[in-house]
Each structure stands twice: as C-alpha cells, then as structure tokens.
Design a protein around this ligand. Structure first.
Ligand SMILES: C[S@@+](CC[C@H](N)C(=O)[O-])C[C@H]1O[C@@H](n2cnc3c(N)ncnc32)[C@H](O)[C@@H]1O
Length: 290
C-alpha cells in the first residue's frame, strides 16, 4: 500500500515536471521563452558586438553604401519583438529592416526619402509581401505627411501603433545620400542635423506603442580636428522625447567596411600626425518608450 502511494507520488511529480518543462514564460515584447533561457546562446546580452562577416544570405546584399548589417536586426528583433509585430524604420535605405522582418515572420513599414531607392527596394519583395508584410513609403520622415501616411498603413495592417522603431540615420554628412534639403546627410550644420533627427525621432515616438523599444544605429565623426559625438547627442534627443536608454552597445565596424584596406596606412599616418584615433566602432543604442 505504502509502496503504491510512493509510486503514484513519483508519477505525479514526473507529470508536473513535464508540464513545467513545456510551460512558456515570455516578456510582453518578445517570444523568447525565459523557461528555456539556456537555449538562446545565439542571443547577445553583452554590450560589445563583433560580427566579423556581414550576412549575405536571406535576401541581403551589400550594394548600398551605408546599410547596416542584418545581424543587428536579427538580434534586436528576437529580443524586442514578437511574431507578426510591426517594425517601423524611418530611414529605410536599401531595406535591411524589411528583409529581416520577412525572414523572421515580422512585418515592416519603411520610410525612405529617395524615390528611386524606394522603388528599387520594392523589387526585393514579392507583390504579396508588399501587401501583407512590408509597406514602403517614399516621404520625408520628419514631416507630418509621413506620419499621416504611416498611420494609414498601420490602420490597414490592423494596428494603431508599431511595436519596434528602427532608426539608422545618416551619420551627419559622412555619406551624402542626396541633394534634397530634407535629407539628414545634407544639413548645413551639425546642429541642423540634430534638429532634423529629433523631428524624425518624435514621429517615431508618437507612432510606437507604449512599453516598446527603439533601436538607434549611429556612429560619430571628426570635424575641425575634433571628435563630434553624434551618437550621444542623438541619444540625448531621444531621452528628451521621453525614451529611456536601456543599452549603449559598441559594435565593431569591420563588417561594414568596404575597400578601406588600401587607405588604411594613410589613415594611420593621419591619426598619428593629428592626435586622434581611427573609428573601429559605431553604436547600437536601445531605448524604451515608458
Ligand atoms: C544610413 S542610411 C540607412 C540604410 C538602411 N538602414 C539600410 O540598411 O539599407 C540612411 C537613409 O536615410 C535616408 N534619409 C535621409 N534623410 C531622410 C529623411 N528626412 N526621411 C527619410 N529618409 C531619409 C537616406 O536617403 C538613406 O537612404
């Protein structure tokens, strides 16, 4: 009798254990199962990111000078979005955020200023994807018009607001993307760049769901023999709008570099002669709308 009771108890405990193992515990903004947190070795939780090679598979190419590496989207989407969530990218460029959204069963709205680029990027998606998964808008992301257009697309996609904001602006005038006056790479001064960035970020803030996250990818620059901390000033603007900073990640830029090899020695000479250091990093900053 005692023996059979013991056996029953053991069976019950085993069943409970199986139920527990199958249980899912997630945050409100991610599908990562915290009960199985040991299974997510590929997810980064530290602040130094090194990706020796740019991912080229999964629809990505490196034809657009100034695109970010897809591994950033992979890391950020898995940690800060759930399946079907809408990612809003206000500097869509060659569409890295959209391609990775499709690859990871998320949706995306991308805004890009250059008409020819917006049109060309559309060709990366199937007609069906362009209806259900990826919406590309050609507009100035700092404008009220862009905000209205995004709102209309969100409505069609069945959501009042987006669930993740991606911001990869020009790094001031380091790469000139167009001659348009609304282009952040075409500002007369760095102060004007900050002002325009803030306007775009404000639109992003208004269009993002409360409790959700924003990711800013940005690098600094040198001008007039000085380090200009574009990243920290843009972070300050994000904070001013109401975002709290969750992380400042330093990312090795090696995967981004193209044909720097030939001029490496020249840069080294300039650094030694001018008393500065050659940039090897950019920032991936994470914010939350609280
Ligand atoms: C650094 S690139 C983004 C690249 C993109 N993340 C990718 O992976 O391809 C910045 C982009 O912002 C666009 N841009 C600049 N000013 C803009 C504005 N006011 N509104 C919308 N897009 C803008 C530029 O044309 C450029 O394509």
């Amino acid at each position: 009798m005692v023996k059979s009771n013991l056996k029953e108890k053991k069976n019950k405990a085993a069943v409970l254990k199986i139920v527990d193992e199958n249980a899912v515990k997630t945050t409100a903004y991610s599908d990562i199962n915290l009960k199985k947190w040991r299974d997510y070795e590929h997810i980064k939780t530290d602040t130094l990111w090194e990706f020796p090679v740019r991912l080229k598979e999964g629809g990505h190419s490196n034809e657009y000078h100034g695109n970010y590496i897809p591994q950033i989207a992979q890391q950020i989407y898995e940690r800060f979005t759930k399946k079907n969530d809408i990612v809003l990218d206000l500097f869509f460029g060659s569409g890295t955020s959209g391609i990775e959204a499709v690859n990871m069963n998320r949706r995306c709205i991308g805004v890009e200023l250059k008409e020819d680029l917006a049109e060309k990027v559309s060709e990366k998606f199937t007609p069906k994807q362009l209806v259900t998964d990826v919406n590309i808008i050609c507009a100035d992301s700092a404008s009220e018009l862009a905000k209205d257009k995004i709102q209309a697309r969100l409505d069609i996609m069945g959501s009042k607001q987006a669930q993740l904001l991606m911001l990869h602006p020009p790094y001031d005038d380091i790469i000139k993307f167009s001659d348009k006056k609304e282009d952040l790479s075409n500002c007369a001064t760095t102060e004007e760049f900050y002002e325009l960035f803030e306007k775009v970020a404000r639109n992003g803030y208004d269009l993002l769901e409360k409790g959700r996250f924003a990711c800013l990818i940005i690098g600094d620059k040198y001008a007039n023999s000085q380090h200009i901390p574009l990243g920290f000033e843009c972070m300050a603007r994000m904070n001013k709008l109401g975002f709290i900073t969750k992380a400042i990640i330093v990312k090795d830029v090696q995967g981004n570099e193209r044909a720097k090899g030939k001029t490496a020695n020249l840069w080294r000479y300039r650094a030694l002669a001018g008393g500065f250091y050659i940039f090897k990093h950019e920032y991936v900053m994470v914010f939350q709308k609280i």
